[in-house]
Each structure stands twice: as structure tokens, then as C-alpha cells.
Design a protein around this ligand. Structure first.
Ligand code: TLP
Length: 349
């Protein structure tokens, strides 16, 4: 079956151009810093983010973890959103492996943390309390519907926390979606942050990898931590080669995914029993719930959708996340809408 896979943009396969680049990549031992393809990817990434240096890591999870552990020591605290990927989906790595204490602040529906809430979370100098060291933001914000944090907001957070001598990390797994949606360069958007992780293996379609960027000193420290985490790879230039193609060819086209997400949301909004989240979609994610009149739970509907060739992300008893990406064409969107309509109509007979 030719699946219409809307579960995530992580399901994208490497493009033919990536496969050629991977086969032809000049490689070396990256633990010695001798893989020219990885070095090139890191330099390109740093330039795109406007930072001194980049570090190729196997995943977004490792990029965020290495950043937190490089910025914080044992017993320090980092402030993060209660709907952030790092809090929900990274297996508590910072606490487990680094002894870094997470301090949750409520995410606003638009993916931001209220400045007041951030400030209230700062710890006083008191031996009973952990030491606040870092704030992390996420852009685009996955669980807040793929929402985009803009430059003014990111700058305001940067100013607040730098005034207090703290640091700012950005989980920019989908930072290029945010930049494309705002029509600006990613470097402008991440200018206020001390470090940023972005992913090559989501909408950009590379098979593996993320890049962590920041100052030279920070990246030196993060490199040691990557080694401790077992992420020091050898001839991984074959992977970095795909990442280079991703940065060169897959960024501008993200706009197509955003347009198709709107097409999908529009189609679904015409189906009785589907409640789209307000404002959805912001970028390439559509969030929706089954209305009270629908006698199906999300996982039951997902089974029927899958039988008809459509894979969806189930994120709650009545909730779905649908993500557009390079392998989803207009006809796939229309087919997915039709299948949703059929499944819901059948359930309500
Ligand atoms: N997100 C995945 C799942 O883990 C939920 C997805 O399908 O969206 N930051 C953000 C904002 C992410 O969305 C993800 C992956 C990561 C970090 C982690 O990246 P990987 O999977 O490379 O460790």
C-alpha cells in the first residue's frame, strides 16, 4: 500500500540527491575532527544560525541534552515549558544523566512562556533551593500546534534572562519552519539565544541528525558531553552529507508543507464531528479533536484510517496530530480528508 503518512515529518525518507551525496561523501574519523563532510556541515550550520560553531549530533534529543548539560552542573535548575518536547518526550535525560533539576512553567497556547512566569521561577540565593542557570524555549512549538515564536518575543526573553546572568537555549528542531513562516532568516530568530539545536531529519528530510550551535567555548564543552553520551561518531560524514543537501535544498520548500497543512485543515473543517484547534495550523501541523457526538475514540478511528491507507498521530483519547511534509502531495491531502469523512460518517450511522 502507498501510505499517506501524516504521523510526523520524521517519517520523511532521504531524497535521491541525498543518497548520491551520501554515497560520494569524503569521510574521516570525526572523533579526531577529521571528517571533512561533518566539518563542512558544522560550519554551514553555524553560519546559518549566526553562531561561532556547530556540533553534529545523532538526534534532537541528544542536542538538547548536551546543551543543558553543557550549560548546567549537578544541582542546577533549568526553566522550561510544561508542554515542551524536552519535558514531555526526552525521557527526563537532564535529570537522569546530569542531575539538572527541571522547573516547569505553563506554556501559553501560542507556545510562549509568559515573561512574568519566567521571572517568578528564578530562584533566590538560598541554600534550600537549586540554582537557576538556564531557560529553554521551543520554536516551532510542537505540542502548541506548531506555533511560531517571533523575534520580538525571543528577544524579550533573552533580555530578561541575560539581565539576571542566566542562559537561553532554544530547541529549534523546526526552526526553519518558523523562519519560513515569518519570512526571515533563522539567524535573526536565534540571535538572542546562547545555544540552539535544529534537526535535519524532520521536515528537511535527512535520515539522521541534528546540529547544536553556540559559542566556541560552549561547543568545546558540548563535544565532551556528546562523547560521554556515546554520541562521538566516526565516519559519519555519510550522514552529514545528507544534512548538507537538506540545508541546501529543503528549507525553502517548507512553505509548501505549510500551504498543504492549511488545505488539510480547511478540508477537515468541513467534516461534521471534527473540531480543529483554534488557529490550527500555524506551520506544518494540524491539531484536531473528535467532537462529543462521535462514538469513536482517537485510537479506534486511527485503526480505520490506517485500513484505508492513512496514518495519523494519536495524541489523546480524542485528539490527533497530523503533520505535512515533502512526501505529502495535494492529492494525498484530499484523499486523507475523504477517508476521515468516510470513517466519521460510518461511525455515526
Ligand atoms: N519530535 C517527534 C516526537 O518525539 C514527538 C515528532 O514526531 O514530532 N524537539 C522537538 C520540538 C521535537 O519535535 C522532537 C521530535 C525533538 C526535539 C527530538 O528529536 P529526535 O527525535 O531527533 O530526538
Amino acid at each position: 500500500m502507498d501510505w499517506i503518512d501524516l504521523r510526523s515529518d520524521t517519517v520523511t525518507l532521504p531524497t535521491p540527491e541525498m543518497r548520491v551525496a551520501m554515497a560520494e561523501a569524503v569521510v574521516g574519523d570525526d572523533v579526531y575532527g577529521e571528517d571533512p563532510t561533518i566539518n563542512r556541515l558544522q560550519e554551514m550550520s553555524a553560519a546559518l544560525m549566526g553562531k561561532d560553531a556547530g556540533l553534529f549530533v545523532p538526534s534532537g534529543t541528544m542536542g538538547n541534552l548536551a546543551a543543558i548539560l553543557a550549560h548546567c552542573g549537578r544541582g542546577d535548575e533549568f526553566i522550561l515549558g510544561d508542554l515542551s518536547h524536552t519535558f514531555l518526550y526526552e525521557a527526563g535525560g537532564a535529570a537522569v544523566l546530569g542531575g539538572v533539576h527541571p522547573h516547569m512553567v505553563a506554556n501559553q497556547p501560542d507556545g510562549t512562556l509568559a515573561l512574568d512566569d519566567i521571572q517568578k521561577a528564578f530562584r533566590p540565593d538560598d541554600i534550600h533551593q537549586p540554582v537557576t542557570r538556564l531557560v529553554t524555549l521551543e520554536n516551532t512549538h510542537n505540542r502548541c500546534g506548531g506555533a511560531v515564536l517571533d523575534v520580538a518575543y525571543t528577544r524579550a526573553v533573552g533580555e530578561l534572562i541575560h539581565q539576571h546572568g542566566l542562559l537561553l537555549h532554544l530547541d529549534g528542531a523546526r526552526i526553519f519552519d518558523a523562519a519560513v513562516a515569518l519570512g526571515i532568516e533563522a539567524a535573526q530568530l536565534v540571535e538572542p539565544v546562547d545555544s540552539v539545536t535544529f534537526c535535519l531529519s524532520k521536515g528537511l528530510s535527512a535520515p539522521v541528525g541534528s546540529v547544536l550551535c553556540g559559542s566556541n567555548e560552549f561547543i568545546d564543552q558540548a563535544k565532551r558531553i556528546r562523547k560521554q553520551l556515546g554520541g562521538g561518531m566516526r565516519q559519519a560524514g555519510v550522514l552529514a552529507a545528507a544534512g548538507i543537501v537538506a540545508l541546501e535544498t529543503m528549507v525553502e520548500r517548507l512553505e509548501q508543507d505549510h500551504i498543504r497543512a492549511k488545505r488539510l485543515a480547511h478540508g477537515l473543517s468541513t467534516i461534521q464531528g471534527i473540531d480543529l484547534d483554534p488557529g490550527s495550523p500555524h506551520t506544518n501541523m494540524v491539531f484536531l479533536s473528535l467532537g462529543e457526538g462521535v462514538p469513536l475514540l482517537a485510537h479506534e478511528a486511527a485503526i480505520q484510517l490506517k485500513e484505508a491507507g492513512v496514518k495519523v498521530g494519536v495524541i489523546g483519547t480524542r485528539r490527533f496530530r497530523l503533520v505535512t511534509h515533502v512526501w505529502i502531495e495535494d492529492q494525498d491531502i484530499d484523499r486523507a480528508v475523504q477517508v476521515f469523512r468516510e470513517v466519521l460518517e460510518r461511525s455515526m450511522i
